[in-house]
Ligand binder design. Structure first.
Ligand code: 6PG
Length: 245
């Protein structure tokens, strides 16, 4: 444990994804037992791809938890779902078509409108969902996050004014690699989560991981993840953790 965070180092990206799948299913089971549903937000990028494949295979594939699961996205690139850079498109192809999640439980971010309209529409959809579950605030049961090499999370990039957003739940930004218009959940939403699960894999993330945990004079967007009541688990593989002393 590190100031309220749990850090787990797995041997490699495959073991990391297996651990993430186990934690996802555990969180789903607990949420469904407690409140009758499970609200999760998925991050994009390449790291979750192995996890998506595990979702599409047994035992996850036919798990009944999908019937009570609502999937949202942490962020999305403003491209059509069949575009290779679409976070929703990647998830749809990898597992959404295989698991028994009701269609109206899958909430992709709107990408066929302007970025501003997409942010507003998604925020309204979130409000309807959480209102219907008697929650004034968007409290996700689980949010999956990756970390960029320069410490961004979601599509909240270093120096962006979106990092200081305190009222809106969803904003549109432009940036990242590729440099695209994106929609992203904001820190007030991310920090409401009951549980945040970071997945960080590979040598190219080792320097960022070292800065996150051991360079106290460097502040990056990822350091702004400080859930009020929720817990944080860091899933690293050995390569990503290789510069930690
Ligand atoms: C996105 C992601 C982004 C991602 C990190 C890590 O849409 O790009 O949400 O925040 O998690 O950039 O990406 P990789 O997993 O590809 O390294």
């Amino acid at each position: 444990m590190l100031d309220g965070k749990t850090i787990v180092v797995e041997a490699d990206s495959t073991a990391l994804a297996a651990k993430a799948a186990a934690l996802f299913c555990r969180a789903a089971g607990a949420s469904i037992a407690r409140q009758g549903f499970f609200a999760a937000a998925l991050c994009g990028g390449s790291t979750p791809r192995t996890l998506h494949r595990l979702f599409s295979a047994e035992p996850c594939r036919s798990d009944r938890l999908w019937m009570r699961t609502h999937l949202w996205w942490v962020d999305e690139r403003m491209v059509p779902e069949d575009h290779p850079e679409s976070n929703y498109g990647a998830a749809k192809e990898a597992f959404l078509k295989m698991v028994s999640i009701p269609a109206d439980h899958v909430h992709p971010m709107p990408v066929s409108v302007t970025p501003e309209a997409g942010a507003h529409q998604y925020q309204e959809e979130l409000k309807r969902f959480f209102d219907s579950h008697k929650r004034k605030r968007p409290v996700f049961d689980l949010i999956l996050l990756g970390v960029g090499e320069e410490g961004h999370i979601a599509s909240l990039f270093p120096g962006s004014s979106s990092l200081d957003e305190r009222d809106e739940w969803v904003v549109s930004v432009k940036g990242g690699d590729p440099d695209l218009f994106r929609l992203t959940l904001t820190l007030p939403v991310l920090n409401q989560a009951r549980h945040i699960l970071f997945m960080v894999s590979g040598t190219r993330k080792a320097a960022a991981v070292k800065m996150i945990f051991q360079e106290t004079d460097i502040v990056m967007p990822v350091h702004r993840i400080q859930p009020a009541k929720g817990s944080v688990t860091w899933l690293l593989d050995r390569e990503a953790a290789s510069l930690l002393s």
